[in-house]
Design a protein around this ligand. Sequence first.
Ligand code: 5AD
Ligand code: SF4
Length: 447
Amino acid sequence: MGLNNLRPATGNGRKLYIETYGCQMNVGDSEIVVSLMQADGYFYTEDIGEADVILINTCSIRDNAEQRIWGRLKEFKRYKRAKPGLLIGVIGCMAERLRESLMEQEQIVDIVAGPDSYRDLSKLAKDAASGTRGVNVMLSTEETYADVSPVRLDKNGVSAFIAIMRGCNNYCTYCVVPYTRGRERSRDPQTIVREARELFDAGYREVTLLGQNVNSYSWNGKGFADLLEMVADINPLLRVRFATPHPKDISDRVLEVMAATPNICKHIHLPAQSGSTRMLEQMNRKYTREWYLDRVAAIRRHMPECAITTDLIAGFCGETPEDHAATLSLMREVGYDFAFMFKYSERPGTQAERTMDDDIPEDVKTQRLNEIIALQNELSLESNRRDVGKRFEVLVEGESKRSSEQLFGRTGQNKVVVFDRGSYKPGDYLTIEITDCSSATLMGRPV
Ligand code: 5AD
Ligand code: SF4
C-alpha cells in the first residue's frame, strides 16, 4: 500500500474492464491486476461499454480455450470502432505463448502482458496510448505479488482464492503451463496468513490456497503442511481448502494435519490423468498406478470421509484400448466423487508436441471421453446416494440457481447442497440432513 502511494497516477481515472478465462489462478491474477491498476489511478468497471481499457486474461491449456478467446477478440472490434482510443490488452498464458504475434494477427490488440508483468501494465497502457507497442512477456523467478491486496471481483463475500505459489517445474509432457507461467516459486507465508486474516475479518468464511503443485510449497524450512496449520489457526470458523496437490508427492504429514484439523475441508483433488502406468510414464507424471492407489489408500486411512476428485485426459499420444480401459478401472477402483475430464489437446512447444505423435483419431478421443464421462456420472450419483440420510455441516454461499426460494452451500467434501431459504444467509454454517440427490447436487433440510 505504502509503495503504491508513491506511484504516479497514470490512469487518470480512466476506466478498466477485465474479462477472465481459465483456471482459478487466473481469477486471482485478475484481482491482482485490478488492484495494481487502481493504485495507478484507473477505475474498475463491470460495464464493457464504458471501458477505456479492456483486458482479457487468457488460458492456453487446451486449443478450444484459445479458440474461445480468439472469437472474443473479434467481438471486441465493435467497441474499438465505437470508441477510438480504446485500448485492448491480452494478458495471461496466451499472451506469454503467442507474444508479439498476437498483435500482428489481431490488429486490435494494443497491449500484451505475461503473468509476471502485471506491475508493468499501466506503463504498457501508457506506451500503447502514445503509439508504441506495449509488450512485456518477461517471466520472473521471484515475482509472487505477495504485497498486493487483490480486489475481490467475485462478490459472493464468503469464499476466496489465495495464490500461495506461482509457476510449475513438473513438465508433464502434454502441459503448456511451465512455459506460460514459468518456474515455480513460493510466497512468503506471513503475507498469505495476513491475506487470509483480512478476508476472515471482512466476513469471508472459506479460503482456497492455490498453486500448480501445492506439495512443493517451501519457504525458509516451512512446507505445505506448516502453511495449512498456520492458515487454519486463524479461526475455527474459517474453512481451508487447497488445490492442487500432485499425486507424486502428497505426504502423510499433510494428511495427518488435515485429519487433525476440523476446519481443513475433507476433500482432495488428486489429478490422476490416466490409470495406465505406461501412459503416466509417457506423460512424465513420475508415479505409477500402484503409487497413486497407495496414496488414495493413505487418504482413506487418515480420513475415511474424505472426498476424492480428479482430472482425466482421454486419448493421449499412443493410448491403446487397454490403457483407456485402465483409466476406467482406476475410476471404479477409487470411486471418484467428481472429475474434470478432457480430450488430449496437443499444445505447441510441449515435449509431447515435439517428440510424440498425436495419433489418436478425433472420433476415438471423443468416444473414450464419452465413456469416461458416462462412468463418472454413475460414480457421482453413487457417491451422492451414499450421502442421503447423513448430516453435514454446510457453509451457505448464496441463492440457488433454480429458485429464489432456495439457497445453496457446500459440504466440506465440496458437494453442493440446495435447501429451503428460511432466514439463513450467506456465510452461515448449518447442519443439513440430506434428503435426496441427483448426480450433480444434494438436496437437504436444516436440522
Ligand atoms: N490436453 C488436455 N488436457 C490437458 N490438461 C493439461 N494440459 C492438457 C492438454 N494438453 C488438463 C490436465 C490438468 C488440467 C488442469 O488440465 O488434466 O490437470
Ligand atoms: Fe501442467 Fe503437470 Fe504442472 Fe499441472 S503439474 S501445471 S499438469 S506441468
